[in-house]
Ligand binder design. Structure first.
Ligand code: IMP
Length: 468
């Protein structure tokens, strides 16, 4: 059986902790999309490991696979593996030969294009993710398998690099260096290929995983980022360039949809909202300069700013990869209803309810009031009983930006000894927090499998274990 872990919001929902927890019973943990734009912190035997590419299960002795849907920067991959080895671990990481390679010119172009896009910039992590997926779709990418085949690598680079160089120099007027130099790239990436071969790291991902499943092993499929920054189902163009949604788990690993569909699909939800990057956010509290559209700190409500800072600090809402402060907001239920449908969640893990402890009142954006100019495109959207409010996200980001959240308020809950709560179980969670959790579960018609009550994986209340 497979267990697929999907972010239900904008990424940073605390997937790592859940993967870590449920991954304990898994034999293999495979990532199916994204690259070193993901950041996760794993705490193991009291040691903290920060990873952006290597699947977190590899820290715990599981086989970690980077699926064909991933984009792999070999430099990051080996840096992370070497750092883990230096700390006494022996990670077993496999990489799909069909996965695409992030090359230095992808990173360079990511920065150049973001600068050029101005208001349309997605606020990317600058890791070259978008340009690499562009080349994949443009059929001019370099794949992991090519690094093992000197002739194929040379051919691919000779075709693509002059185009990238011309783009950077002639379209964007930038100077280029060795990131755009065929010989340099060939030598460097051949070496990476040799190391991949020497360490026997490459696999035909679908076959590899299916064999493990046929041998009765349990496979966890780990999504990075989240549903609302999915390239198809997210807030385009402020999205990442892959499919974090559950469909991506099949395309990005080579396992059939029926295989993934027979397993569990667990939606990971943070009890509030946070994001790095630009674009609308109807339930946002306060704002962050350079990210919140039209943000003017002088005009922001002092109460909201205080609340936002409180949540940001309590929740450690600063990017793992970039260190940028994240924008924060109340839970957005239309976003979650959209995610529940797009992913077909079979269970939910709701994280970070401890972060909201101590607030008098906790709100959620229950629905949206929408601009009547948009009503035609909202024809088949779920609405409230009186038809005046939207219950799911509209299809365009511009329409989403015109939605105003209608809030529901819940009584806050006290700060308690969360480690004790985790040990005692669900009924030990403060009553008001349970009311909040059950509202989310009822609205999404999906049972709660786990509740995160602190940063460590022990600080999780387990209600249901997927493969038991
Ligand atoms: P990219 O994935 O670096 O191209 O960035 C595209 C958008 O996705 C930006 O808004 C990023 O902030 C966001 N993003 C990418 N990776 C993550 C992540 O792991 N967590 C949250 N947001 C992310």
């Amino acid at each position: 059986m497979t267990v697929t872990i999907v972010g239900a919001q904008l990424g940073d929902e605390g997937k790592g902790g859940v993967v870590d927890l449920y991954g304990d019973t898994a034999d293999v943990v495979a990532r199916y999309q994204g690259g070193d734009n993901a950041g996760h912190t794993v705490v193991h035997d009291g040691e903290e490991y920060k990873l952006s590419l290597v699947p977190s299960g590899a820290v715990r002795g599981k086989v970690g696979v980077l699926g064909n849907g991933c984009v792999v920067n070999p430099e990051t991959l080996f840096e992370e593996i070497d750092a883990l080895r230096e700390r006494g671990l022996d990670p077993d990481v496999r990489v799909a030969e069909r996965a695409h390679v992030i090359l230095p010119y992808h990173r360079a172009l990511d920065g150049i294009e973001e600068e050029e896009k101005d208001d349309l910039a997605a606020g990317t992590t600058g890791r070259g993710i978008g340009p690499t997926y562009e080349d994949k779709a443009g059929r001019r990418g370099v794949r992991i398998g090519d690094l093992l085949d000197p002739e194929a690598l040379r051919d691919r680079l000779e075709y693509v690099v002059p185009q990238k160089k011309a783009l950077a120099e002639e379209v964007f007027g930038k100077e280029t260096g060795e990131a755009f130099d065929i010989d340099h790239l060939y030598d460097t990436y051949r070496e990476f290929g040799e190391r991949l071969a020497e360490e026997d790291m490459t696999v035909d991902c679908g076959t590899f995983l299916q064999e493990r499943i046929d041998a009765d092993e349990s496979v966890m499929l780990e999504g990075a980022q989240g549903t609302s920054i999915d390239i198809d189902h997210g807030i385009y163009p402020y999205v990442t360039s892959s499919n974090p949604t559950a469909g991506g788990a099949t395309v990005g690993t080579g396992l059939g949809p029926t295989v993934v569909g027979q397993g569990e699909v667990i939606g990971i939800i943070k009890a509030y909202l946070s994001r790095v990057g630009t674009g609308p956010l109807p339930t946002e509290l306060g704002g962050v300069e350079g990210q919140t559209p039209d943000y003017d700190p002088a005009e922001a409500s002092a109460d909201e700013e205080e609340l936002a800072t409180y949540i940001r600090d309590e929740g450690g809402e600063y990017g793992t990869v970039t260190g940028r402060p994240r924008r924060v907001g109340w839970l957005d239920m239309p976003m979650l209803r959209h995610a529940a449908r797009a992913n077909g969640f079979t269970g939910l893990a709701i994280n970070h309810i401890d972060v909201l402890a101590g607030l008098d009142e906790v709100k959620v954006g229950h629905s949206y009031e929408f601009d009547t100019a948009d009503s035609a495109s909202h024809q088949n959207a779920a609405r409230s009983d009186d038809g005046d409010e939207l219950l799911t996200m509209p299809p365009t980001t511009e329409q989403w930006g015109r939605c105003e959240a209608t809030f529901k308020a819940f009584d806050g809950w006290e700060d308690v000894d969360w480690a004790a709560v985790a040990e005692e179980g669900y009924d030990a969670i403060p009553e008001n927090a349970r009311t909040y959790l059950e509202y989310v579960s009822d609205e999404l018609e999906t049972p709660i499998y786990a509740v995160g009550v602190g940063p460590g994986r022990e600080e999780t209340v387990i209600v249901e274990t997927p493969d038991e």
